[in-house]
Design a protein around this ligand. Structure first.
Ligand code: ATP
Length: 237
């Protein structure tokens, strides 16, 4: 049994069907990536998993339980956490306050100092800037804070939607290596990325979405070697 399973999931926005019967499985301990062009349905898939968007058809299960109709906040309590899109940190709050907000759903609050230390080990920059107001930090720093905040909820699966978007190259490399570290520390990761080459190199497995359907899946290496993936998503590399 996979940790997270989507079975024949469809999602509509009004009369527009954004996802058509997609099936995706994420095993415990894996990094799985979703790649696809703009509008392919990657963000919609993440929203369906985190519970922001209801399904039109299909089923989502997590750790063996049907969570198709479970409220988004209760999914966080179970361990499904999405780092906010577009660096959605609380701009008027400090780094520490933002990190504290990430832990709101946790019952085991006595372990929070250890979690905070772990986040600061992954992101030393956040430790240096812990009293800085988040809105005044650089884009890359805010992205790190968004991921750090998600980690404070001690997720079993971390959903990351385009963590490298808009970042300078040195930050992009850093973010990918940190995602690897987070995974080695025991967190399952579902990663949506435009940067297909980096994502497939990091991920154990991947799914290719085209206009709301899964058209291909395989290990990261299989997809990197696939002619169609190379032509369409890797710029003919
Ligand atoms: P991108 O890489 O550009 O973010 P994506 O793969 O994440 O793309 P989605 O954002 O999931 O794609 O969009 C899938 C489809 O659903 C697109 O055709 C999009 O126009 C449509 N869509 C997304 N959000 C809405 C909405 N709120 N209302 C109507 N249509 C929407």
């Amino acid at each position: 049994m996979a940790l997270l399973e989507l079975d024949d999931v469809s999602v509509n926005y009004g009369r527009i069907r954004a996802l058509h019967d997609i099936s995706i499985a994420v095993e415990e301990g894996e990094i799985v990536t979703l790649i696809g062009a703009n509008g392919a349905g990657k963000t919609t898939t993440m929203r369906a998993i985190s519970g922001i968007r209801p399904l039109s058809t299909g089923r989502i299960s997590f750790a063996g339980d049907d969570i198709t109709k479970l409220r988004a906040d209760l999914r966080v309590v179970r361990g499904i956490c999405q780092a906010p899109e577009g660096r959605g940190v609380f701009p008027g709050m400090t780094v520490l306050e933002n990190l504290d907000m990430g832990a709101y759903a946790r019952k085991d609050r006595k372990n929070l100092p250890a979690e905070l230390e772990h986040v600061f080990e992954l992101f030393p920059r956040l430790k240096e800037r812990r009293t800085q107001v988040a809105g005044t930090m650089s884009g890359g720093e805010q992205q790190m804070l968004a991921i750090g905040r998600a980690l404070m909820s001690k997720p079993r699966v971390l959903l990351l939607d385009e963590p490298s978007m808009g970042l300078a190259p040195q930050f992009i490399a850093q973010i990918f290596s940190i995602i690897g570290e987070i995974n080695r520390a025991g967190v399952t990761v579902l990663l949506v990325e435009q940067n297909a080459s980096k994502a497939l190199n990091l991920a154990h497995r991947g799914y290719v979405l085209e206009t709301g359907s899964v058209v291909l899946s395989g290990t990261g290496q299989e997809l990197l070697n696939d002619d169609r993936v190379r032509a369409v998503y890797l710029g003919g590399e």
